[in-house]
Design a protein around this ligand. Sequence first.
Ligand code: GDP
Ligand code: IMO
Ligand code: MG
Length: 429
Amino acid sequence: MANSAVIGSQWGDEGKAKVIDYLSEKSDIVVRYQGGANAGHTVIVDGKKFVFHMVPSGIISKDKICVIGNGVVFDAEQFLCEIDELASRGIDIEKRLFVSDIAHLVLPYHKIIDIAREEMLSKETGTKIGTTGKGIGPAYSDKSVRCGIRTGDLLDFDLFVKKFSEQYNEKKKMTEQFYGKKFDLSLSQTIENYRNIAKKITPLLTDTAYFLFEQDKKGKKLLFEGAQGTFLDIDHGTYPFVTSSNTSVGSVAAGSGMAASKISEIIGIVKVYTTRVGNGPFPTELFDEDGVNLQTIGGEKGATTGRPRRCGWFDSVLLRKSVQLNGFTKLAITKLDVLNTFKKIKICVKYEIDGKITEQFPSCVETFAKAKPIYEEFDGWQCSLDNCKSYDSLPKNAKIYLNRLKELCFGVDFCMVSIGPDRSQTIGM
Ligand code: GDP
Ligand code: IMO
Ligand code: MG
């Protein structure tokens, strides 16, 4: 069976969760493999809204198995909140949710340091990254420095207490002496809290890499749920205005333990305009009425932090780089309906940088910050898409827009077009 990965092609919030939910019908297992509770993944089914930060979006599809892989930085407190909410809404997770026993934990001190560092950056340099404050950078730092605490450490609680106490002292020193902030965390209370958390989490801990290997051998279809987007990738994104994991396709294998050769379909999620939360350059960002309309009509507000998302026209230079990095085999187009009322719509086809025209995305952020967009303009379709049930039935101008978008993205075929937030508002292809 072809296993598929779903990857955000832009700066996140492309509508990945909606696509995951749609594709999970034809899959057996949904796997998160990177990122943490910085993700905000929204699924709407029959008008009912679910927002996930830790739990894979496939969980609302009955009988599907969900896995949190080793590459995720696991926020146990957030995870348990989501499980409780699912239970209160009648969704049973019994025997269908597994957590890697070697995933690194995001602990309360990671969030304290994340916020303290942002405050310091803001004060001293005037520019912060604009993180979600969920402790992502500090947790991945500990993993790299090799002082992280993993989910499996909860199995031997005395060992967890030893490691946690050591880290607690180090982080307290760092917060108070380096960042000059109060370290507002009680050692004893946190340990007691984690004693309870451990009781709830440890039954779910699994060697998920082996589990996935076995399931794949049995012919089960795996669906890998990416978080964030390609330009938030720690290597290939607009560094330092990125997250702390690899968000492009390379991390599917590392973050799940599934061999790369077993992932044959790579689906890029492409929003028909561009958004970004947090700081960093954004050449097609709009500060006019069109920008406000994209934000308002598109409901562009962060699902994790509630911050308004910055909005701009579709950037095909960015997308071509995304196709190049990820090797997308299919594109899933989202939020086409948001453009319904626009008279004119633009696509950025090239950049002007220091007086030179280029179609190539610059790898260095300082150069990227100088990019001025060069646009092609399209007539809008100015009607509702509610009655469109097939690609052919889309308005003529919508097809002209999408055909050009496809041509600019190296002709990669579409597998679906999303025309509204609900599961039912989807044109499969
Ligand atoms: P993700 O992080 O990529 O999963 O995306 P988010 O859930 O953060 O943000 C996408 C937002 O757009 C959510 O509020 C979705 O309900 C909504 N959405 C997804 N697809 C569509 C669509 O085709 N049209 C409209 N209008 N909204 C959509
Ligand atoms: P989903 O999965 C959009 C952004 C933050 C910030 C930068 C670093 O919902 O698409 P972090 O907390 O990760 O250290 O913040 O990355 N960011 C996202 N932007 N969607 C996301 O996830 C994001 N996760 C992180 O806004 O600019
Ligand atoms: Mg999101």
